[in-house]
Design a protein around this ligand. Sequence first.
Ligand code: NCD
Length: 316
Amino acid sequence: MNHFLSISDFSKDEIEVILQDAFTIEKYWNRSKNYCNEFVLENKCITTFFTEPSTRTRFSFERAAHWLGIHVLTSADALHSSSLTKEESIKDTLMTIGQYCNAIVMRHKDEGFVDIARQYSPVPVINAGSGSAEHPTQALLDLYTIKQKFNDLNGLPVLICGDLLHGRTIHSLVKLLHLYGCKVTLCAASMTRFLPWSHQNPIVSKFDIPSNYLENCNVSIVEPENVKDILPEMEVIYMTRIQKERFTGSGNFNFFTLDESNIDKVKETAIILHPLPRNSEISEAIDSDPRATYHQKQVRNGIYIRASLLNHTLKE
Ligand code: NCD
């Protein structure tokens, strides 16, 4: 079964095919259909089943599906509008929805849904965000955006800042960057200081990060107050928000903010990425900077990558 539940489900060769097809789709996006017959999937249907909020992920999947000619059944607020409210299990839910469509795009706060999907879903399931664990399609579009700018990713210096503990986009992206040999520096917000790939972290043991990750994977750590010193070396700056909704209680966070006081330290050639939504970790003053890639290119790349992924999942 062609599930995409974790970055680890795809080999580097498969990822390259998805990126290459996304490139073709991007080229043909605004042209008429007969330019890209290989991407027409008219008799197929997907369900987008989301039990956590989403703006970009669900809409871009649905837009991508429409472009491919795929029918879409959607449940944007499935936690309240589906039989999950009647205590139906995820297993029964997937077994049911799978009778109505050819693939399920699912976001759920319980990261364990991916194991249930793998075991019981009668159709391929694409992970659109599993609790704090993974968000593999976001990582693919992040990689696509990075590759549009940089030909050679081997040794590319990438800085990732924010909620290392709960940031599912980070967890997926770091795996992918490792596959491409990038040199990753991490800056955790305080209170999210558990490194996700330290095996003391309860989240980590649930997904297959190698035990020697930190030592062998070109990953280093920087404190928020020292980020300014390494900014001039970075080619990719990936900012994320603090996932306040995943914390119990409240607290003050110390985290790195990209703003007018430090943007001058960023390389001319660098790109600034953010999976969005943004809170205060990037000042709005940065939005008009030519290096800020999050609001246009990165968001838009979501439709090309997701169209490519749906095509890969559904084509016969
Ligand atoms: C992220 C998510 O939902 O994990 N957003 C997204 O899908 N683009 C990031 C976040 O919520 O902070």
